[in-house]
Design a protein around this ligand. Structure first.
Ligand code: AMP
Ligand code: MN
Ligand code: MN
Ligand code: MN
Length: 275
């Protein structure tokens, strides 16, 4: 059976493996089809396609777009997008500009909390184009402020902590329009990670569907079978296609691996049934 992993990150965003190394690791983990879905950019796609040429793996061009919706940050994955699409690329470039401003604010706040040099420090872990909280997390681990990136988030980078800056991302309709306009399928990523109430999540799904969104990530890495059943029933109820992916960021995160997540339940119609 073909094994699909439709959500992961490379050094083009906040992953720690290059696109080439990611492709090699995916093959060794038994993945047949891999979507590279870096945050707010597609710079890694060409390298991944090149690395996969004449190898037993297919690369799906993807992206994971940061969205603000009703005071929550939501991630919308785009699959099978045309990365040459100008509208999509202009939109992503705007988000990355905003990332730079937010990074300056994060660094300012960390400095006030007694941690200087975070902007330069985080940038050492980042690609030229995309700066995110994970890069700050790696810098803070390097400086000994926490044992691992998970702990950094908990102590410094989430709501109520010294380095937290609420994200002001793009709106849901822009993200869906850019993806669909670039010939892709829009997918609500890891729907249970937003910690929304059931009714807010249903409102998100309804808004997303009304805008032309097609799919929801039913299976993601590190998920309890009850959660899988919960999202599968939402997919069925709202007649959305189902996606699955590990959201792998690198081998140092021992709880996550390429290709590793629960299989989609038989009640789901996979997103690839339309490919
Ligand atoms: P950003 O888009 O720059 O705000 O960063 C979001 C990224 O940070 C996510 O894609 C994850 O890679 C990482 N992240 C967010 N929250 C956590 C957390 N609690 N623990 C570990 N990593 C996290
Ligand atoms: Mn990430
Ligand atoms: Mn995400
Ligand atoms: Mn992700």
């Amino acid at each position: 059976m073909t094994h699909y992993d439709l959500h992961c990150h490379s050094t083009a965003s906040d992953g720690s493996l290059s696109p080439e190394a990611l492709v090699e690791r995916a093959i060794s983990q038994g993945v047949d089809v891999l979507a590279l879905t870096d945050h707010d950019g597609t710079e890694g796609i060409d390298a991944a396609l090149l690395a996969a040429a004449e190898k037993p793996i297919t690369i799906v061009p993807g992206v994971e777009i940061s969205v603000s919706w009703n005071s929550s940050t939501v991630h919308i994955v785009g699959l099978n997008i045309d990365i040459e699409n100008a509208n999509l690329q202009n939109g992503l470039a705007e988000i990355r500009d905003y990332r730079q401003q937010r990074a300056e604010q994060i660094a300012y706040r960390l400095e006030k909390a007694g941690i200087p040099g975070a902007l330069e420090g985080a940038a050492q872990y980042a690609s030229i184009t995309m700066l995110g909280r994970m890069h700050f997390a790696r810098f803070l681990v390097e400086k000994g402020h926490a044992a691992d990136t998970k702990e950094v988030f908990k102590r410094y980078l989430v709501r109520g902590k010294p380095g937290y800056v609420p994200g002001k991302w793009t709106d849901l309709s822009s993200a869906v329009n850019w993806i669909v306009g670039a010939g892709g399928q829009a997918v609500i990523a890891h729907p249970l990670r937003y910690k929304m109430t059931g009714s807010k999540l249903r409102r998100l799904i309804e808004a997303f569907k009304a805008l032309g969104g097609q799919a929801i990530e039913v299976s993601s890495g590190h998920q309890h079978p009850d959660q899988l059943r919960n999202v599968a029933s939402l997919a069925k109820h709202y007649d959305l296609l189902a996606s699955c992916g590990s959201d792998f960021h690198g081998p140092e995160q021992s709880w996550s691996e390429l290709g590793r997540f629960l299989p989609l339940p038989a009640s789901c119609q996979p997103v690839w049934s339309r490919w």
